[in-house]
Design a protein around this ligand. Structure first.
Ligand code: TXA
Ligand code: MG
Length: 329
């Protein structure tokens, strides 16, 4: 069983950074969801991420860094529009896919010539990353800290529930409270002429177009929520992902004793258990994963969800909902 650290001081973060350097895993909060971190240049440590998550080893990982100055070593080139995005939205809930450099090995990129990079916007994450860079670390590889195909954790307790039994005594879980955004980062492929969204998130199409002055690339039949991902291994793009144990139904009349999630102004139907009543789309994103977990805690068979409408963050929420409704992998 791993060690659990709350109220992390600078000393605690330095200790955690040292553990990473020695090949241990450190789960840490980010503003999107909690990540399961390892030294991104240590193949044995990275192999343990796959083991603990139960994730196929050809799925690439995102490398987290503390500052723009650590970007260069990971990449072999960056287009103007990606520089504009990095300047505007980092630190923040955005991952850029760029041409990799030599230190981005196949065990990080899943054998692709690209690497995913992110600067998270969370003081604990940044403190840990800074401490790690100070020890000479290049970056922290971190997928969401859940078992493969399951719901991402947005609290340290949820990380323990997901991974506790698979972590070693020398691994750490840093507790930084609840993740602010609640959905994984927007992933933007920056290897073509135009930015292309591989996974929608809190950095929206409108924000990307505004920051770059470019249109986000969409292929045919891909007008709305359906993001193109062919030939690119994005595990979050698998159809059945983000799934709780309960069966998820979207926009249907709930049966008695099932769970129910909808915006606050939608009334609770008779005989169901209201798991969340968010006041806004932002709150919907923030509480969604913990509400799905709560449904599992209550051993509900089914959870009925009324999808939020509209653009922006609602697109990302619907993306995850549609996948979680397909059931567990
Ligand atoms: O918000 C987030 O992005 C969280 C926090 C911890 O940073 N991380 C996260 O990681 O969601 P993960 O591994 O659960 O999802 C990252 C997705 C995966 O589906 C992976 O396939 C994709 O990013 N990805 C990583 N590198 C890639 C690359 N070079 N090309 C295409 N997709 C990539
Ligand atoms: Mg994930």
């Amino acid at each position: 069983m791993s060690q659990f650290l709350s109220n992390c001081s600078d000393d605690a973060l330095a200790t955690a950074a040292q553990s990473l350097l020695e090949g241990s895993l450190v789960a840490f909060p980010t503003e999107t969801v909690y990540g399961l971190g390892a030294d991104a240049t240590n193949w044995q440590a990275v192999a343990r991420i796959y083991e603990v998550k139960g994730r196929p080893s050809d799925h690439p990982l995102i490398v987290h860094i503390a500052d723009h100055k650590y970007l260069e070593q990971w990449i072999s080139g960056i287009p103007e529009f990606a520089i504009a995005l990095a300047r505007k939205f980092w630190p923040g809930p955005m991952t850029l896919i760029l041409q990799r450099s030599k230190i981005a090995k196949d065990f990080i990129t899943g054998g692709q010539n690209t690497v995913g990079i992110r600067i998270p916007d969370n003081s604990l994450a940044l403190g840990l990353l800074e401490a790690f860079h100070k020890l000479g670390g290049a970056g922290i590889a971190a997928p969401s800290a859940n078992r493969f195909g399951k719901v991402s954790p947005t609290t340290a307790v949820a990380v323990k529930e997901e991974l506790g039994e698979f972590l070693a005594d020398t691994d750490l879980v840093l507790d930084g409270g609840q993740s602010e955004v609640g959905l994984e980062s927007t992933i933007i492929d920056c290897t073509g002429d135009l930015p292309r969204i591989l996974r929608p998130g809190a950095i929206t199409i409108a924000m990307i177009e505004e920051a770059t002055g470019l249109k986000v690339f969409k292929s045919l039949g891909n007008q709305s929520d359906d993001f193109e991902r062919e030939n690119i291994r994005v595990s979050g793009s698998l159809e059945n992902h983000y799934a709780p144990r309960a069966k998820v139904f979207l926009d249907q009349q709930p049966v008695i004793s099932s769970g129910f999630i909808a915006l606050e102004d939608i009334e609770t139907p008779d005989g169901v258990i209201r798991l969340a009543a968010p006041k806004s789309v932002e709150e919907f994103a923030r509480v969604l994963y913990s509400a799905l977990r709560e449904g599992d805690h209550q051993s509900l068979d089914s959870i009925y969800i009324v999808q939020p409408t509209g653009d922006g963050l609602a697109i990302a929420i619907r993306d995850r909902l549609v996948r979680s409704a397909k059931g567990p992998t």
